[in-house]
Design a protein around this ligand. Structure first.
Ligand SMILES: Nc1ncnc2c1ncn2[C@@H]1O[C@H](COP(=O)(O)OP(=O)(O)OP(=O)(O)O)[C@@H](O)[C@H]1O
Ligand SMILES: [Mg+2]
Length: 245
């Protein structure tokens, strides 16, 4: 039997915010291992710490304490500039509001992470077009975001996340701004990317979305729960109580 290596190992991660003399413990000693090829969702209500945790996993911010190994790199002690490089290599981001640059065409948006890599123009264009092809949008390459539907804009954002072939895709409420039919299309794309070997981490407050993943972890008040625990059982019986919009 071969062991699948973890691509993410987080131990006892804490994050505190201070605002106007008050402190909030947004992450209270969170531990999580994610294996290569996993499709995991992290679900929790508003204010539970989802975006805070995503910022840590995505190396967008640094925790106050704890250990973080990302694809064999020790993240804890890195400088911000090193974090930016790691982020570009290892993680493709997908956000609720797509975060496309409005003045750039679809293909130019997809090229952005490749510019950061220092890829030359011709190769960059080819790589970006291939990523758009993968999400079924090759025929919209020269459209501006404003000339695309919400679902198409999210597909451009997925192409941008994919373009540099990062091993991990990290999505924060990727269907939050979409209708239910379009949400299904986007989740189907994410499933197929997972089948092609991408590790996917999907953050959501929507149980129907979370259930698309092969593994569901819950976050509540800065703590993680998986397979058991009182809160987990409670939430399973009364999902509306916790997850209605
Ligand atoms: N920059 C900040 N300064 C101070 N407090 C913050 C900051 N960011 C988050 N918090 C607090 O930390 C806690 C967790 O916030 P977080 O944004 O991670 O929640 P969330 O689960 O993403 O919520 P939502 O579903 O509404 O996006 C909340 O109590 C929030 O008020
Ligand atoms: Mg959030």
């Amino acid at each position: 039997m071969t062991m699948i290596e973890p691509i993410i190992q987080i131990k006892n991660m804490e994050k505190m915010y201070e605002l106007g003399g008050e402190t909030v413990m947004a992450l209270k000693g969170v531990s999580l291992d994610i294996k290569k090829g996993d499709f995991i969702s992290i679900i929790g209500p508003s204010g539970s710490g989802k975006s805070t945790f995503m910022n840590m996993i995505g190396c967008l911010d640094r925790p106050d304490s704890g250990e973080y190994m990302l694809d064999n790199e020790k993240i804890g002690k890195m400088k911000r500039s090193q974090l930016a490089t790691i982020r570009n290599e290892k993680i493709g981001f997908i956000f609720q509001n797509f975060n496309l640059i409005s003045k750039l065409t679809a293909v130019e948006n997809v090229e952005l992470p490749l510019i950061y890599r220092g890829m030359k123009a011709v190769e960059r264009r080819e790589t970006a077009l291939a990523a758009l092809e993968k999400v079924g949008l090759a025929d919209r390459a020269n459209h501006l975001p404003s000339q695309l539907s919400g679902g198409q804009q999210q597909r451009v954002a997925i192409a941008r996340a994919l373009a540099g072939h990062p091993p991990i895709l990290l999505a924060d409420e990727p269907t939050g701004a979409l209708d239910s039919k379009t949400s299904k299309d986007i989740l189907a794309i994410m499933k197929s990317l997972n089948e092609q070997g991408h590790t996917i981490i999907l953050i959501t407050h929507d149980l129907d979305v979370a259930k698309q993943a092969s593994r569901v972890v819950r976050i509540h008040d800065g703590q993680l729960y998986e397979n058991g625990g009182e809160w987990f059982a409670d939430a399973q019986n009364g999902t509306e109580k916790y997850y209605s919009k």
